[in-house]
Ligand binder design. Sequence first.
Ligand code: GTP
Ligand code: MG
Length: 339
Amino acid sequence: MPAKSKAKSKNEEPNEEEVTIMTEEMLSEASIEDLPGVGPATAEKLREAGFEELLAIAVMSPSDLADQAELGEAVANKIINAAKKMANIGGFVSGSDLLERRREVMKLSSKVSTIDELLGGGFETQALVEVYGEFGSGKTQIGHQLAVNCTMPLEDGGFDGDVFYIDTEDTFRPERITQMARGHGLDPEKVLERIHVARAYNTAHQMLLAEEIKRLSRGLNVKMIIVDSLTSHFRAEFIGRGMLANRQQKLNRHLKDLKQLADINNALVLVTNQVHSKPDAMWGDPTKPVGGHVLAHASTFRLYLRKAKAGRRIARLVDSPNLPDGECVYQVTEEGLRD
Ligand code: GTP
Ligand code: MG
Protein backbone atom coordinates (compact mmCIF):
# COMPACT_ATOMS: atom_id res chain seq x y z
CA MET A 1 0.00 0.00 0.00
CA PRO A 2 1.54 3.31 -1.04
CA ALA A 3 2.20 5.81 1.70
CA LYS A 4 -0.42 8.52 1.79
CA SER A 5 0.75 11.74 0.23
CA LYS A 6 -1.39 13.77 2.62
CA ALA A 7 0.66 14.79 5.65
CA LYS A 8 -0.99 13.62 8.84
CA SER A 9 -0.88 15.40 12.12
CA LYS A 10 -0.34 13.18 15.12
CA ASN A 11 -3.69 14.21 16.52
CA GLU A 12 -5.62 13.01 13.54
CA GLU A 13 -7.97 10.21 14.47
CA PRO A 14 -7.88 6.88 12.69
CA ASN A 15 -10.72 6.70 10.24
CA GLU A 16 -12.34 3.29 10.00
CA GLU A 17 -13.05 3.83 6.30
CA GLU A 18 -9.37 4.05 5.53
CA VAL A 19 -8.55 0.66 7.00
CA THR A 20 -7.88 -2.02 4.42
CA ILE A 21 -7.27 -5.65 5.27
CA MET A 22 -3.96 -6.62 3.80
CA THR A 23 -2.65 -9.77 2.25
CA GLU A 24 0.54 -11.31 3.64
CA GLU A 25 2.48 -9.70 0.82
CA MET A 26 1.01 -6.25 1.34
CA LEU A 27 1.57 -6.66 5.05
CA SER A 28 5.24 -7.35 4.63
CA GLU A 29 5.58 -4.13 2.63
CA ALA A 30 3.26 -2.02 4.79
CA SER A 31 4.81 0.44 7.15
CA ILE A 32 3.42 1.79 10.38
CA GLU A 33 2.76 5.11 8.62
CA ASP A 34 0.03 3.29 6.72
CA LEU A 35 -1.93 3.17 9.97
CA PRO A 36 -4.58 5.85 10.03
CA GLY A 37 -3.69 8.47 12.61
CA VAL A 38 0.00 7.71 12.65
CA GLY A 39 1.95 10.70 11.45
CA PRO A 40 5.71 11.17 11.50
CA ALA A 41 5.87 12.03 15.22
CA THR A 42 3.88 9.01 16.36
CA ALA A 43 5.72 6.79 13.92
CA GLU A 44 9.00 7.88 15.39
CA LYS A 45 7.82 7.14 18.93
CA LEU A 46 6.64 3.72 17.83
CA ARG A 47 9.89 2.95 16.07
CA GLU A 48 11.93 4.11 19.01
CA ALA A 49 10.01 1.72 21.21
CA GLY A 50 10.74 -1.10 18.77
CA PHE A 51 7.43 -1.25 16.91
CA GLU A 52 8.40 -1.49 13.28
CA GLU A 53 5.70 -3.80 12.07
CA LEU A 54 1.92 -3.82 12.08
CA LEU A 55 1.83 -7.26 13.59
CA ALA A 56 3.95 -6.18 16.53
CA ILE A 57 1.46 -3.40 17.26
CA ALA A 58 -1.62 -5.50 16.61
CA VAL A 59 -0.80 -7.95 19.38
CA MET A 60 -0.22 -5.31 22.09
CA SER A 61 -2.60 -4.25 24.83
CA PRO A 62 -3.46 -0.51 24.81
CA SER A 63 -1.90 0.18 28.21
CA ASP A 64 1.35 -1.59 27.32
CA LEU A 65 1.64 0.16 23.98
CA ALA A 66 0.84 3.50 25.62
CA ASP A 67 3.53 2.85 28.22
CA GLN A 68 6.21 1.64 25.90
CA ALA A 69 5.72 4.15 23.09
CA GLU A 70 4.76 7.05 25.35
CA LEU A 71 1.38 7.59 23.75
CA GLY A 72 -1.99 8.37 25.24
CA GLU A 73 -3.96 5.23 25.95
CA ALA A 74 -6.84 6.27 23.69
CA VAL A 75 -4.46 6.85 20.82
CA ALA A 76 -2.75 3.53 21.49
CA ASN A 77 -6.12 1.79 21.49
CA LYS A 78 -7.07 3.25 18.10
CA ILE A 79 -3.74 2.40 16.57
CA ILE A 80 -3.97 -1.18 17.83
CA ASN A 81 -7.47 -1.61 16.48
CA ALA A 82 -6.45 -0.32 13.08
CA ALA A 83 -3.36 -2.55 13.07
CA LYS A 84 -5.52 -5.54 14.02
CA LYS A 85 -7.83 -4.89 11.12
CA MET A 86 -5.06 -4.34 8.65
CA ALA A 87 -3.24 -7.43 9.81
CA ASN A 88 -6.53 -9.34 10.10
CA ILE A 89 -5.85 -10.20 13.72
CA GLY A 90 -8.58 -10.99 16.12
CA GLY A 91 -10.69 -12.56 13.44
CA PHE A 92 -10.90 -16.26 12.72
CA VAL A 93 -8.73 -17.57 9.95
CA SER A 94 -9.37 -20.58 7.81
CA GLY A 95 -7.63 -23.87 8.40
CA SER A 96 -5.86 -23.45 5.09
CA ASP A 97 -4.46 -20.08 6.17
CA LEU A 98 -3.21 -21.72 9.34
CA LEU A 99 -1.63 -24.47 7.32
CA GLU A 100 0.07 -21.78 5.25
CA ARG A 101 1.50 -20.25 8.43
CA ARG A 102 2.57 -23.66 9.69
CA ARG A 103 4.46 -24.10 6.41
CA GLU A 104 6.73 -21.27 7.48
CA VAL A 105 7.73 -23.27 10.55
CA MET A 106 11.41 -24.15 10.47
CA LYS A 107 13.13 -26.85 12.46
CA LEU A 108 16.46 -26.38 14.17
CA SER A 109 18.62 -29.48 14.23
CA SER A 110 20.28 -30.39 17.52
CA LYS A 111 22.74 -32.37 15.38
CA VAL A 112 21.90 -35.33 17.62
CA SER A 113 19.81 -37.70 15.55
CA THR A 114 17.94 -39.22 18.51
CA ILE A 115 16.83 -35.81 19.79
CA ASP A 116 15.80 -34.59 16.33
CA GLU A 117 13.77 -37.76 15.81
CA LEU A 118 12.05 -37.37 19.15
CA LEU A 119 11.02 -33.86 18.08
CA GLY A 120 9.86 -34.86 14.63
CA GLY A 121 12.85 -33.28 12.89
CA GLY A 122 14.11 -30.64 15.31
CA PHE A 123 13.16 -27.67 17.47
CA GLU A 124 10.29 -25.74 15.84
CA THR A 125 9.96 -22.02 15.31
CA GLN A 126 6.74 -20.26 16.39
CA ALA A 127 6.98 -22.43 19.48
CA LEU A 128 8.01 -22.13 23.08
CA VAL A 129 10.09 -25.09 24.17
CA GLU A 130 10.57 -25.72 27.86
CA VAL A 131 13.53 -27.81 28.99
CA TYR A 132 13.31 -28.89 32.61
CA GLY A 133 15.20 -31.15 34.97
CA GLU A 134 17.34 -31.27 38.09
CA PHE A 135 20.53 -29.25 38.55
CA GLY A 136 23.26 -30.68 36.35
CA SER A 137 20.80 -32.47 34.07
CA GLY A 138 22.10 -30.52 31.07
CA LYS A 139 19.57 -27.72 30.48
CA THR A 140 22.23 -25.07 30.04
CA GLN A 141 24.19 -27.39 27.75
CA ILE A 142 21.16 -27.65 25.46
CA GLY A 143 20.82 -23.86 25.47
CA HIS A 144 24.47 -23.41 24.48
CA GLN A 145 24.32 -26.10 21.80
CA LEU A 146 21.17 -24.77 20.16
CA ALA A 147 22.56 -21.23 20.24
CA VAL A 148 25.56 -22.48 18.27
CA ASN A 149 23.41 -24.51 15.87
CA CYS A 150 21.08 -21.57 15.26
CA THR A 151 23.95 -19.70 13.59
CA MET A 152 24.66 -22.58 11.20
CA PRO A 153 23.56 -22.36 7.55
CA LEU A 154 20.09 -23.62 6.62
CA GLU A 155 21.51 -26.49 4.62
CA ASP A 156 23.26 -27.76 7.74
CA GLY A 157 20.10 -27.74 9.82
CA GLY A 158 20.66 -24.28 11.30
CA PHE A 159 18.69 -21.05 10.89
CA ASP A 160 21.56 -18.79 9.80
CA GLY A 161 20.16 -16.64 12.58
CA ASP A 162 20.95 -14.47 15.56
CA VAL A 163 20.33 -15.54 19.12
CA PHE A 164 19.25 -13.54 22.16
CA TYR A 165 20.29 -15.22 25.39
CA ILE A 166 18.87 -14.02 28.70
CA ASP A 167 21.07 -15.46 31.42
CA THR A 168 19.57 -15.32 34.90
CA GLU A 169 22.01 -17.62 36.68
CA ASP A 170 25.31 -16.32 35.32
CA THR A 171 26.06 -19.64 33.66
CA PHE A 172 26.53 -18.51 30.07
CA ARG A 173 30.10 -19.39 29.08
CA PRO A 174 31.59 -18.11 25.81
CA GLU A 175 34.34 -20.72 26.24
CA ARG A 176 31.70 -23.43 26.04
CA ILE A 177 30.30 -21.86 22.85
CA THR A 178 33.82 -21.90 21.42
CA GLN A 179 34.21 -25.62 22.16
CA MET A 180 30.83 -26.44 20.65
CA ALA A 181 31.43 -24.27 17.58
CA ARG A 182 34.75 -26.01 16.94
CA GLY A 183 32.97 -29.33 17.46
CA HIS A 184 30.94 -28.53 14.33
CA GLY A 185 33.82 -27.00 12.39
CA LEU A 186 32.53 -23.43 12.81
CA ASP A 187 34.54 -20.28 13.40
CA PRO A 188 33.95 -19.59 17.13
CA GLU A 189 34.30 -15.83 16.72
CA LYS A 190 31.63 -15.67 14.05
CA VAL A 191 29.33 -17.76 16.20
CA LEU A 192 29.90 -15.65 19.31
CA GLU A 193 29.19 -12.47 17.35
CA ARG A 194 25.68 -13.69 16.64
CA ILE A 195 24.83 -14.65 20.21
CA HIS A 196 23.67 -11.60 22.16
CA VAL A 197 23.83 -12.22 25.86
CA ALA A 198 22.39 -10.25 28.76
CA ARG A 199 22.55 -11.12 32.40
CA ALA A 200 19.21 -10.56 34.17
CA TYR A 201 19.47 -9.57 37.83
CA ASN A 202 15.84 -9.97 38.90
CA THR A 203 12.39 -10.64 37.46
CA ALA A 204 11.72 -7.03 36.52
CA HIS A 205 15.03 -6.88 34.68
CA GLN A 206 14.38 -10.23 33.01
CA MET A 207 10.98 -9.05 31.78
CA LEU A 208 12.42 -5.78 30.56
CA LEU A 209 15.13 -7.57 28.60
CA ALA A 210 12.52 -9.67 26.81
CA GLU A 211 10.63 -6.51 25.89
CA GLU A 212 13.84 -4.88 24.70
CA ILE A 213 14.58 -7.65 22.23
CA LYS A 214 11.96 -6.21 19.91
CA ARG A 215 13.88 -2.95 19.71
CA LEU A 216 17.34 -4.48 19.71
CA SER A 217 16.62 -6.96 16.97
CA ARG A 218 16.53 -4.33 14.25
CA GLY A 219 18.77 -5.34 11.40
CA LEU A 220 19.30 -8.82 12.85
CA ASN A 221 17.78 -12.09 11.78
CA VAL A 222 16.53 -13.15 15.20
CA LYS A 223 15.74 -16.84 15.10
CA MET A 224 16.11 -17.91 18.69
CA ILE A 225 15.52 -16.50 22.16
CA ILE A 226 16.81 -18.38 25.19
CA VAL A 227 15.88 -17.70 28.80
CA ASP A 228 18.08 -19.72 31.16
CA SER A 229 16.52 -20.02 33.68
CA LEU A 230 12.98 -18.79 33.15
CA THR A 231 11.86 -19.44 36.70
CA SER A 232 14.78 -19.06 39.13
CA HIS A 233 14.27 -15.34 39.86
CA PHE A 234 10.53 -15.82 40.09
CA ARG A 235 11.05 -18.57 42.65
CA ALA A 236 13.46 -16.50 44.68
CA GLU A 237 11.44 -13.29 44.68
CA PHE A 238 7.90 -14.47 45.17
CA ILE A 239 7.86 -16.49 48.32
CA GLY A 240 4.80 -17.70 50.16
CA ARG A 241 1.22 -18.36 49.21
CA GLY A 242 0.25 -14.72 49.30
CA MET A 243 2.62 -13.94 46.43
CA LEU A 244 1.49 -16.77 44.20
CA ALA A 245 -1.15 -14.91 42.19
CA ASN A 246 1.17 -11.98 41.63
CA ARG A 247 3.99 -14.26 40.53
CA GLN A 248 1.84 -16.19 38.10
CA GLN A 249 0.50 -12.98 36.61
CA LYS A 250 4.01 -11.66 36.01
CA LEU A 251 5.22 -14.97 34.64
CA ASN A 252 2.23 -15.09 32.32
CA ARG A 253 2.99 -11.62 31.02
CA HIS A 254 6.65 -12.56 30.45
CA LEU A 255 5.68 -15.72 28.59
CA LYS A 256 3.30 -13.75 26.37
CA ASP A 257 6.11 -11.37 25.43
CA LEU A 258 8.33 -14.32 24.61
CA LYS A 259 5.66 -16.07 22.55
CA GLN A 260 5.09 -12.84 20.66
CA LEU A 261 8.77 -12.74 19.73
CA ALA A 262 8.48 -16.32 18.48
CA ASP A 263 5.48 -15.45 16.31
CA ILE A 264 6.70 -12.15 14.94
CA ASN A 265 10.19 -13.40 14.05
CA ASN A 266 9.22 -16.95 13.14
CA ALA A 267 11.69 -17.83 15.86
CA LEU A 268 12.22 -20.51 18.46
CA VAL A 269 11.94 -19.66 22.14
CA LEU A 270 13.77 -21.98 24.52
CA VAL A 271 13.29 -21.63 28.26
CA THR A 272 14.77 -23.73 31.03
CA ASN A 273 13.04 -24.63 34.24
CA GLN A 274 13.76 -26.50 37.43
CA VAL A 275 11.89 -29.28 39.16
CA HIS A 276 10.68 -28.97 42.72
CA SER A 277 13.47 -29.97 45.04
CA LYS A 278 11.18 -30.99 47.84
CA PRO A 279 7.45 -31.32 48.36
CA ASP A 280 6.00 -28.05 49.58
CA ALA A 281 2.65 -26.38 49.67
CA MET A 282 3.51 -23.57 47.32
CA TRP A 283 5.54 -25.42 44.71
CA GLY A 284 3.83 -28.81 44.86
CA ASP A 285 5.06 -32.18 43.62
CA PRO A 286 8.86 -32.66 43.78
CA THR A 287 9.05 -34.43 40.41
CA LYS A 288 7.15 -31.76 38.50
CA PRO A 289 8.49 -28.68 36.75
CA VAL A 290 7.86 -25.42 38.59
CA GLY A 291 5.82 -22.62 37.09
CA GLY A 292 2.39 -24.17 37.47
CA HIS A 293 -0.42 -24.05 34.96
CA VAL A 294 0.73 -20.77 33.48
CA LEU A 295 3.92 -22.29 32.16
CA ALA A 296 2.33 -25.65 31.33
CA HIS A 297 -0.11 -23.87 29.04
CA ALA A 298 2.46 -21.59 27.46
CA SER A 299 4.91 -24.35 26.52
CA THR A 300 4.39 -25.89 23.11
CA PHE A 301 6.89 -28.65 23.87
CA ARG A 302 8.24 -29.78 27.22
CA LEU A 303 11.44 -31.78 27.44
CA TYR A 304 12.33 -33.48 30.70
CA LEU A 305 16.08 -34.14 31.09
CA ARG A 306 17.77 -36.55 33.43
CA LYS A 307 21.15 -38.14 33.93
CA ALA A 308 21.70 -41.81 33.22
CA LYS A 309 24.63 -44.18 33.75
CA ALA A 310 28.01 -43.74 32.03
CA GLY A 311 27.62 -40.02 31.36
CA ARG A 312 24.54 -40.55 29.24
CA ARG A 313 21.48 -38.31 29.30
CA ILE A 314 17.86 -39.03 28.72
CA ALA A 315 15.43 -36.52 27.26
CA ARG A 316 11.74 -37.22 27.54
CA LEU A 317 9.17 -35.42 25.41
CA VAL A 318 6.12 -34.54 27.46
CA ASP A 319 2.91 -32.82 26.28
CA SER A 320 3.47 -32.19 22.61
CA PRO A 321 0.56 -30.99 20.44
CA ASN A 322 1.35 -33.25 17.50
CA LEU A 323 4.01 -35.78 18.48
CA PRO A 324 3.87 -38.92 20.59
CA ASP A 325 5.51 -38.82 24.02
CA GLY A 326 8.83 -40.63 24.00
CA GLU A 327 12.41 -40.73 25.20
CA CYS A 328 15.86 -40.57 23.68
CA VAL A 329 19.43 -41.05 24.86
CA TYR A 330 22.36 -38.76 24.06
CA GLN A 331 25.67 -37.62 25.52
CA VAL A 332 27.26 -34.37 26.62
CA THR A 333 30.87 -34.30 25.46
CA GLU A 334 33.52 -31.63 25.32
CA GLU A 335 32.50 -30.90 21.70
CA GLY A 336 28.86 -30.63 22.70
CA LEU A 337 25.80 -32.85 22.50
CA ARG A 338 26.33 -36.10 20.61
CA ASP A 339 24.48 -39.34 19.84
P1 GTP B 1 21.39 -26.13 36.69
O1 GTP B 1 21.46 -24.89 35.89
O2 GTP B 1 22.32 -26.13 37.84
O3 GTP B 1 19.99 -26.46 37.12
O4 GTP B 1 21.89 -27.35 35.78
P2 GTP B 1 21.75 -27.58 34.21
O5 GTP B 1 20.64 -28.53 33.96
O6 GTP B 1 21.73 -26.31 33.47
O7 GTP B 1 23.09 -28.36 33.91
P3 GTP B 1 24.21 -28.00 32.87
O8 GTP B 1 23.63 -27.86 31.53
O9 GTP B 1 25.02 -26.88 33.40
O10 GTP B 1 25.02 -29.33 32.87
C1 GTP B 1 26.23 -29.48 33.54
C2 GTP B 1 26.78 -30.81 33.17
O11 GTP B 1 27.09 -30.84 31.78
C3 GTP B 1 28.05 -31.13 33.88
O12 GTP B 1 27.78 -31.74 35.12
C4 GTP B 1 28.71 -32.06 32.91
O13 GTP B 1 28.23 -33.37 33.13
C5 GTP B 1 28.24 -31.63 31.57
N1 GTP B 1 29.27 -30.82 30.90
C6 GTP B 1 29.41 -29.50 30.89
N2 GTP B 1 30.51 -29.12 30.22
C7 GTP B 1 31.07 -30.26 29.78
C8 GTP B 1 32.25 -30.55 29.01
O14 GTP B 1 32.99 -29.68 28.60
N3 GTP B 1 32.52 -31.87 28.77
C9 GTP B 1 31.71 -32.85 29.21
N4 GTP B 1 32.01 -34.10 28.91
N5 GTP B 1 30.60 -32.61 29.94
C10 GTP B 1 30.30 -31.34 30.22
MG1 MG C 1 21.84 -24.35 34.05
